[in-house]
Design a protein around this ligand. Structure first.
Ligand code: HEC
Ligand code: HEC
Ligand code: HEC
Ligand code: HEC
Ligand code: HEC
Length: 273
């Protein structure tokens, strides 16, 4: 065996070692959202279906995406397997149905307040829906008006009132989405959109907290008030469109004038030649 071959062979393990060290240093997708040290996930993943199912469902949820793990909702100690589910470490267990709004409401304070004051909240424990009835427990997704659908809302009563709430909200939702698109287009062009963005953000929050009162008249009235404010933002954008058009026409006129002058100059030089 020649010296060069031996040298090449020796360097292989070293190279592999360096490569694996490098890979270990790279941030791994998923780890940032689900730290390996959460003992709840480790242990529950290996339990029978009833107790491991929550882990699978939770993984695709908006809570997982935002770093809210099992202990965020259920309490307990996510770092100590032996003590994880003890009341001393703040473990709350699984809530019974009437406890659910307060359980979720520790973080969603405003929503809980609106819900408790609504016809749904007043029927809590007497056939009314809880947060989980509409949003699910572990696979909670980003909320949208699609949650108001015939299948979900006609479980307990007719869909009629639900439909009129959805219709009142759909139009406003459409306005918000379209205005958002137009603001973004101006932002890409380098315009100062900060104030419009702030106004839209506040209106959007006001709008999305509207649903839980489930009062058809209240939702309609507030939707109308929000639309009045949205139209003001739309007017600002229309004024911007108008200045943009004027600037373009002025620019086009200037260019045509210059072309005309150049043409004339050319013709004149030709006649003098
Ligand atoms: C070492 C294993 C292990 C660890 C760690 C663990 N669990 Fe559990 N968990 C279980 C077992 C087994 C059950 C079912 C039997 C029982 O209720 O004790 C259970 C049940 C539960 C229940 C249902 C209780 C009920 O009243 O029905 C919840 C909620 C729960 N665990 C949440 C958590 C949370 C949150 C953590 C982390 C802070 C955690 N678990 C850590 C093994 C574990
Ligand atoms: C967004 C809040 C939330 C998060 C996060 C959450 N849970 Fe739950 N969990 C609930 C609620 C609410 C219930 C009560 C179930 C019901 O009534 O629908 C529950 C019930 C349970 C139960 C009892 C199931 C049964 O059938 O008795 C277990 C076990 C459980 N959760 C484990 C976990 C584990 C493990 C995690 C982390 C992967 C987790 N949960 C994350 C809200 C949450
Ligand atoms: C420990 C705090 C905490 C608890 C408890 C909690 N959440 Fe959340 N939830 C969050 C955070 C953080 C987000 C992501 C940021 C946001 O959108 O507000 C979120 C997002 C959501 C969203 C999506 C909001 C959107 O903008 O579309 C819904 C719906 C939701 N949670 C419902 C629930 C329900 C139902 C429960 C109870 C089963 C619950 N949450 C318990 C913290 C919590
Ligand atoms: C678990 C049962 C249940 C589900 C599911 C349910 N509701 Fe209700 N709802 C009730 C009860 C109970 C009342 C109060 C009695 C009544 O007015 O019929 C109510 C009342 C209402 C009212 C009248 C409120 C008022 O102040 O007059 C509206 C609107 C409504 N629900 C909309 C919805 C929508 C939208 C959905 C689906 C996203 C839905 N409901 C899903 C049980 C339910
Ligand atoms: C009857 C069904 C229903 C019930 C009960 C319900 N929600 Fe909702 N929730 C919805 C719908 C529909 C939306 C979407 C509204 C929208 O797009 O404007 C929503 C939106 C949300 C949002 C997002 C709001 C935002 O500002 O973007 C959160 C968070 C939320 N719900 C949490 C909860 C919590 C916590 C409870 C219990 C206290 C609860 N919900 C009860 C149907 C329900």
């Amino acid at each position: 065996m020649r010296y060069r071959d031996i040298k090449a062979m020796n360097s292989i393990p070293l190279f592999t070692l360096m490569l694996s060290a490098l890979i270990a240093l790279l941030p791994q997708a998923g780890f940032s959202q689900e730290p390996a040290e959460i003992v709840c996930i480790q242990c529950h993943s290996g339990l029978p279906e009833k107790y491991s199912q929550p882990v699978k469902l939770w993984r695709g949820s908006i809570h997982a995406e935002n770093g809210i793990a099992c202990n965020g909702c259920h309490g307990g100690d996510p770092k100590d397997a032996a003590m994880a589910m003890t009341p001393e470490r703040g473990f709350l267990g699984a809530p019974r149905e009437p406890e659910i709004p307060a359980f979720c409401g520790r973080c969603h304070v405003g929503v809980m307040k609106d819900y408790l004051a609504s016809a749904h909240g007043r029927a809590l424990g007497k056939g009314g829906p809880t947060c989980v009835t509409c949003h699910g427990n572990h696979q909670v997704l980003k909320a949208s008006l699609e949650l108001i659908n015939e299948k979900s809302c006609s479980r307990c009563h007719s869909f009629e009132r639900a439909r009129s709430i959805r219709d009142a909200m759909q139009e406003t939702e459409g306005m918000i989405v379209s205005i958002e698109g137009r603001i973004n287009a101006y932002k890409k062009l380098g315009s100062d959109t900060d104030n419009l963005e702030k106004e839209l953000f506040a209106l959007r929050n006001r709008f999305h907290s509207l649903f839980h009162n489930v009062n058809v008249e209240m939702v309609k009235a507030e939707s109308t008030r929000i639309q009045v404010e949205l139209k003001k933002i739309r007017q600002v954008l229309e004024a911007w469109d108008e200045t943009g058009r004027k600037r373009k026409t002025a620019g086009a006129l200037a260019v045509s004038a210059m072309l005309l002058i150049a043409l004339l100059a050319h013709l004149m030089r030709k006649t003098f030649d």
